[in-house]
Write a protein that binds this ligand. Structure first.
Ligand code: HEC
Ligand code: HEC
Length: 296
């Protein structure tokens, strides 16, 4: 018996050593230490035009849902204060204290939004830029007009301080690719915008991030999140009324009455701002998707 115990003990020790070494190697490098040089194409921006600013505000807060991470006033907010995971405060986008709006030019906004890269070419962690890459010039121009118009809000500077275990987990790919800029083809031709607005909303809105390729079901990266269910036309949403779908987007409320945790699906400060018209377009589009034949 003691011999068996000793063997088990030795095996556990070896495993532990392997684990510690793996964490040490994988965690030594920050996943954010990736640099890319891209030729950023300038887009026309109607700076100061109230109509463009209004359209940009809508796109930023309802479709691209920047406020979910950067706060409703876009002045940055604490996303994680966990000693286990690390500390993350998103950057202040306004022209206030510590805000990038103080020095960002239109081309810098385009680089950040479409490519997920800072002015020096460093790739951002966590920001879903592979989805934003699909934003067409007109919408990007409106977004920039809006971002340029932000009122200055003072805040503390951005912090992305990931501890060694978190770095190791992210670098191992266990949570998927969290530095989305690192998986993009920055030099390729611009993606062709889909003919349907519903498809465009789903792509830019990042539904497949959690609902999987073709929206046939997937898994978001948030620890503890339930799977993102199938939301194609042969899923249970086929039997829903437009009001039932709207309740999910606006209040996170499923037909059974339970509320989706906004940490697991970004409806609060996000999709809840979608217009009724866009929610209907999205619903019609999802229901038109045959299972197994959605966009990948
Ligand atoms: C899922 C969360 C998330 C969403 C959504 C998001 N961001 Fe970010 N963003 C971040 C994080 C985290 C960083 C810092 C990343 C880093 O430094 O590695 C960041 C960085 C930035 C920066 C870089 C500032 C600098 O230091 O140069 C800009 C600009 C920015 N975001 C703009 C936006 C805009 C505009 C949107 C919407 C179109 C958006 N973000 C949506 C999480 C998010
Ligand atoms: C960050 C992850 C995430 C993103 C992005 C996301 N969802 Fe979800 N969604 C979820 C999760 C997780 C659930 C299931 C929650 C539960 O069961 O409590 C869900 C549930 C739903 C449901 C309810 C399905 C059912 O059968 O009850 C609908 C509809 C839905 N999402 C639509 C969308 C649409 C449309 C988009 C894009 C505009 C989107 N989601 C983006 C994570 C996400």
């Amino acid at each position: 018996m003691t011999k068996v115990l000793r063997l088990v003990g030795a095996a556990v020790l070896v495993l532990l050593l392997v684990l510690i070494t793996a964490i040490g190697i994988l965690g030594s490098r920050s996943p954010r230490e990736q640099y890319f040089e891209v030729a950023v194409e300038a887009v026309p921006v109607s700076s100061g035009d109230p109509a463009a600013i209004e359209r940009g505000r809508y796109f930023v807060h309802a479709i691209a849902v920047c406020g979910v991470c950067h706060g409703l006033d876009l002045a940055g907010q604490v996303m994680s204060d966990s000693p286990i995971f690390g500390h993350v405060r998103t950057p202040n986008l306004t022209p206030g204290r510590n805000g990038v709006g103080q020095y960002y030019r239109p081309v810098d906004w385009a680089r950040a939004i479409r490519h997920g890269l800072a002015v020096d070419g460093r790739a951002f962690a966590f920001m879903p830029v592979d989805h934003y890459y699909h934003i067409i010039d007109a919408d990007l121009g409106d977004m920039i007009a809006y971002l340029e118009s932000l009122a200055p809000v003072d805040n503390e500077g951005a912090v992305v301080d990931l501890n060694i275990v978190t770095r190791a987990i992210i670098n191992s790919g266990l949570l998927g690719d969290l530095v989305r800029a690192g998986i993009m083809d920055h030099g390729g031709p611009r993606p062709t915008p889909p003919a349907e607005r519903g498809a465009y909303l789903a792509i830019v809105g990042g539904c497949d991030f959690c609902h999987g390729p073709g929206l046939r079901g997937g898994q978001g990266p948030e620890p503890g999140a339930p799977p993102g269910p199938d939301i194609t036309g042969s899923s249970r949403i086929a039997t829903w009324t437009p009001e039932q779908f709207a309740a999910v987007m606006r209040e996170g409320r499923k037909p059974e009455g339970d509320i989706i945790n906004p940490m697991f699906m970004p409806w609060r400060n996000g999709y809840e701002n979608m217009s009724t018209a866009d929610i209907e377009i999205l619903f019609r589009y999802l229901r038109s998707l045959p299972t197994g034949a959605g966009p990948d």
